[in-house]
Design a protein around this ligand. Structure first.
Ligand SMILES: [Mn+2]
Length: 498
């Protein structure tokens, strides 16, 4: 009996030992920022020892890094179920909830951390940041109810904004965006100079007018001889955007583009990216297309840098106007009745038709569920059916879901973005679901290629073009994000797994 139980615990110890080795291996991958492999080995460690809170907590952090906030939250919760005194678990759960915009839930966990570790400066800072947001949200709700929403446009007097004599930058010509203006502005931005606020406001007011007249589902027809270039996420990587134009030509009436959302946040040059894209929209309204991504929203902009960037470069009022403009970005685009493009993907329920998309009232922050939410947030998955989202918003859809949707709507395939891919693009669901991502070396560290797609009217066969990042380390990297816990890549004692 005794001997037997000894053997049992020896075996257990062996299992623990190899689980520890797997964890060490995972930690090494994490250090090298190879989060996919880190997740793989934490998962293997958990198979051997499913009662270790640290493994869950470490995997939670790796999920946070890959923006799988739904999974990150589940792991942090699991770590706390196993060990409710495990302080890092509270940190992780708070971070996940922050990323999901659940600030009150996050605040509760930060409170716990601060109570247990009164001398932890980092924890105190996070607690204060979070507390500020909770109060601000409550204030916004309070004023929203007694004031009908007024547009920033009504309170601007753009005509009477004066451009100082010492301003040597680009100006609109008689209030109009021209090709000469666009070229001058792109050079100006390349030198990291600031566009006069009058010009920025002119672009914003005009583009709001143009976008608000568009339907939620854009439908275009390419002639036999025409082609369109589809780009995925650009995320404030201005120098990579310029590189796309260098490689693929400037936008024009004969060189149409479709940019598939997530123009802002993450990168330090979101303002430069979005004003360049808006400028081309004004110059070629019928041949230059923009769709909304999940980052063209207030919640994301608050957490991932764009709001901070606009406040630093201009004012809070200008950010408000950006927010109004974003609400008018169309949600999907159909090409030759055969190819449907959207930022995220397909829907949480079967039966959604193109007619349903046309009817979406999009001038709002996206709801938590329904077709508008899904278009901006969902992801494909390899297995059939649907599962809960790794991000904690919308769903994941399988090849059968894609097949049914395409059949019902008489479409050939979908093109979406929203996920970083090593090669810049990925073809899944037997060629029916294509991902394209145009921010190479995403966040200055993912090492991925960027890609864009050519679609020709003659055959609508996707043709992929890959490119690598321009040397962005030459440029000062500025982070405009108030919530360092969510988005900073800085590794400190709290963030690093153990
Ligand atoms: Mn996205």
């Amino acid at each position: 009996m005794v001997r037997g139980s000894d053997n049992g615990s020896e075996k257990m110890a062996e299992g623990d030992n190899s689980a520890e080795l797997l964890k060490e291996k995972a930690n090494q991958y994490f250090k090298e920022k190879d989060y996919e492999n880190a997740i793989k080995y934490y998962s293997e460690a958990l198979e051997l020892n499913p009662t270790n809170a640290i493994y869950y907590s470490n995997r939670s952090l790796a999920y946070l890094r890959t923006e799988c906030y739904g999974y990150a939250l589940a792991d942090a919760t699991k770590a706390l179920e196993i060990d409710k005194n495990y302080i890092k678990g509270y940190y992780r759960r708070a971070t996940s909830n922050m990323a999901l915009g659940k600030f009150k839930a996050a605040l509760k966990d930060y409170e716990t951390v601060v109570r247990v570790r009164p001398n932890d400066k980092d924890a105190r800072m996070k607690y204060q940041e979070c507390n500020k947001i909770v109060k601000q949200k409550a204030f916004e709700r309070a004023i929203a109810s007694d004031e009908t929403k007024k547009s920033v446009v009504d309170s601007l007097d753009i005509e009477n904004m004066t451009i100082e004599d010492d301003y040597a930058g680009p100006k609109l010509e008689n209030g109009k965006v021209t090709l000469a203006f666009m070229k001058e502005m792109m050079d100006w931005f390349e030198d990291q100079k600031k566009l006069h606020r009058k010009c920025a406001y002119q672009i914003l007011v005009q583009v709001k007018e143009v976008l608000s007249k568009l339907p939620s589902l854009i439908e275009i027809a390419l002639k036999e001889t025409e082609k369109i270039t589809i780009c995925g996420d650009t995320h404030g990587q201005y120098y990579d955007l310029l590189n796309i134009f260098k490689l693929n030509g400037l936008p024009s009436e004969t060189n149409p583009y479709l940019f598939n959302g997530d123009f802002v946040d993450r990168g330090s040059f979101s303002l430069e990216v979005i004003l360049t894209l808006f400028g081309f929209k004004l110059l070629y309204p019928d041949n230059f297309h923009l769709l909304r991504g999940n980052h063209e929203t207030d919640n994301m902009n608050q957490m991932y840098g764009f709001e901070g960037e606009i406040k630093a470069k201009y004012t809070a009022q200008m950010f408000q106007l950006f927010s109004e403009v974003f609400q008018w970005l169309p949600l999907a685009q159909c090409i030759n009745n055969k190819v449907l493009v959207m930022h995220g993907g397909l829907f949480s329920e079967d039966g959604v038709t193109l007619e349903d998309l046309r009817k979406i009232e999009r001038n709002r922050q996206p709801p938590d569920s329904g077709p508008m939410c899904d278009l901006l947030w969902s992801d494909p998955q390899p297995q059939n059916g649907r599962s809960i989202s790794k991000r904690g918003v919308s769903c994941q859809f399988g090849p059968d879901v894609t097949e049914r949707f395409l059949n019902q709507n008489k479409l050939d395939f979908i093109v979406r973005s929203h996920e970083v891919k090593a090669e810049g693009y990925e073809v899944t669901h037997s060629g029916k679901c294509i991902t394209v991502f145009s921010a190479p070396n995403y966040c200055d560290q993912m090492g991925n290629k960027g890609a864009y797609i050519h679609l020709r009217g003659s055959d609508l066969k996707p043709e992929f073009h890959q490119f690598t990042a321009v040397v962005s380390f030459l440029f000062v990297s500025l982070v405009f994000c108030p919530l360092s816990l969510v988005c900073s890549q800085k590794i400190n004692s709290v963030l690093f797994p153990h």
